[in-house]
Ligand binder design. Structure first.
Ligand SMILES: N[C@@H](CCC(=O)N[C@@H](CS)C(=O)NCC(=O)O)C(=O)O
Length: 86
């Protein structure tokens, strides 16, 4: 089975983002980190897709090309928990 591509929209200094990054490390899940304060492109993608600039948000791209956006640190960690080790 092919793993989905995971990208975390975040920024340093956001405690909810830190919680998600630490959970990903602990669970051994690889995330591409997209800092919305360092990249106007990432900020625009986030705003266009979710309607706000609140982070963290996880972008999940399945092998089929289907894309889902998961807001809320607790929901993201729950998702990562289910993927542990991938
Ligand atoms: N309940 C959310 C809270 C997220 C949150 O408050 N994020 C802050 C940064 S730590 C934020 O993006 N604030 C700016 C905004 O909402 O526009 C979660 O657990 O993810």
């Amino acid at each position: 089975m092919t793993s989905p591509d995971l990208a975390l929209y975040h920024y340093d200094g956001c405690p909810f983002c830190t919680r998600v990054r630490e959970a990903a490390d602990r669970l051994g899940v690889s995330l591409e980190l997209r800092d919305i304060l360092e990249s106007a492109d990432h900020r625009r993608e986030l705003t266009q897709s979710t309607g706000s600039q609140t982070v963290p948000v996880l972008r999940i791209e399945e092998a089929s090309g289907e894309v889902r956006w998961v807001p809320e640190s607790a929901q993201i960690i729950e998702y990562l928990d289910g993927r542990g080790g991938t």
